[in-house]
Design a protein around this ligand. Structure first.
Ligand code: CP
Ligand code: NVA
Length: 304
């Protein structure tokens, strides 16, 4: 694995290997067993959007692996003043051993990987959020013991989270059902990918249909970063797409609830459901650290 750009690039075996390594690194951390797999290496973290979890978990994760992480805000980088990504990629490749980037366009991440000569990790684009999905899969496996055969349901916007969960869920043997309002569909290439899975993929407009007998119910904000000006229109469009007690009553009795956070209570999820499932949700947050350490070890262990 040279880069970690989107779930569509990964085989089911690679996902499985990453999850196993993440579990092992979590065990080692909890038991005080050092694992300096990336000693002496440097990760540059380019942020063109805000972050709490991604920034802290990558920075701490790199430290725990024996390396260092540099926070590179696009407000300060020349990329923010128009230096092309093709040049930024070649420049950073001369100093660093890996780049994590959070940005808008998926093509920017792909270009960084194409023009640079070091591994690139996608820390969120408008198209996908693969690091989050690895943490979500890790958490589901931790709570349920397996992934194969479970039903994963996502309610809300056809955004980066829905796109990546559809792919990650199907590749790990789950049935995936999604419900979104008309006009807020997931990406066409994701729907094309999902079509090969026949009745293991359900896309509809009715949250109650999507959530029926689900083992895992997931949602995300209605207005993602960069869509703040559409918030009022979106709030209107997503009425009825809330995770609440009524919706959870049709899911499996022991269903988990996940949310990548930040969460907006009484919008996409009620405070009641959120707090009832806080144990899973914050384990999911912690698992960002372990899953991303596994990703960094896999892509950054080799020589430059
Ligand atoms: N879930 C997630 O990626 O959080 P941040 O935006 O805080 O990094
Ligand atoms: N869909 C959200 C995810 C945040 C982690 C966004 O892109 O803002």
């Amino acid at each position: 694995m040279n880069h970690f750009l989107k779930m569509l690039d990964l085989t089911s075996e690679e996902i499985d290997e990453l999850l196993n390594l993440a579990d092992q690194l979590k065990f080692e951390l909890k038991n005080g067993i050092p694992h300096p797999h990336l000693a002496g290496k440097s990760l540059g973290m380019i942020f063109e959007k805000s972050s709490t979890r991604t920034r802290v978990s990558f920075e701490v994760g790199m430290y725990q692996l024996g390396g260092q992480a540099l926070f590179l805000s696009s407000n300060d980088l020349q990329i923010g003043r128009g230096e092309p990504v093709e040049d930024t990629a070649r420049v950073l490749s001369r100093f660093l051993d890996g780049i994590m980037i959070r940005t808008f366009e998926q093509t920017e991440v792909e270009k960084l990987a194409q023009y640079g000569s070091i591994p690139v990790i996608n820390g969120l684009t408008d198209f996908c959020h693969p690091c989050q999905i690895m943490a979500d899969l890790m958490t589901i496996r931790e709570f349920k013991g397996h992934l194969e055969g479970l039903k994963l349901c996502f309610i809300g916007d056809g955004n980066n989270m829905m796109n990546s969960l559809i792919v990650g869920g199907l590749k790990t043997g789950m049935t995936v059902s999604v419900a979104f309002p008309k006009g807020y569909e997931p990406a066409t290439e994701v729907l094309e990918f999902a079509a090969q899975y026949g009745d293991k993929f359900i896309a509809c407009q009715e949250p109650m249909v999507a959530a029926k007998d689900a083992d895992v119910v997931i949602t995300d904000v209605w207005a993602s970063m960069g869509q703040e000006s559409e918030k009022a229109i979106r709030e209107n469009a997503f009425k009825g797409y809330q995770i609440n007690t009524e919706l959870m009553s049709v899911a499996a009795p022991d269903a988990m609830v996940l949310h990548c956070l930040p969460a907006h209570r009484e919008e996409e999820i009620t405070a009641e459901v959120f707090e009832k499932h806080a144990a899973e949700i914050f384990e999911e947050t912690e698992n960002r650290l372990h899953a991303q350490k596994a990703i960094m070890v896999k892509v950054m262990s080799g020589n430059k």
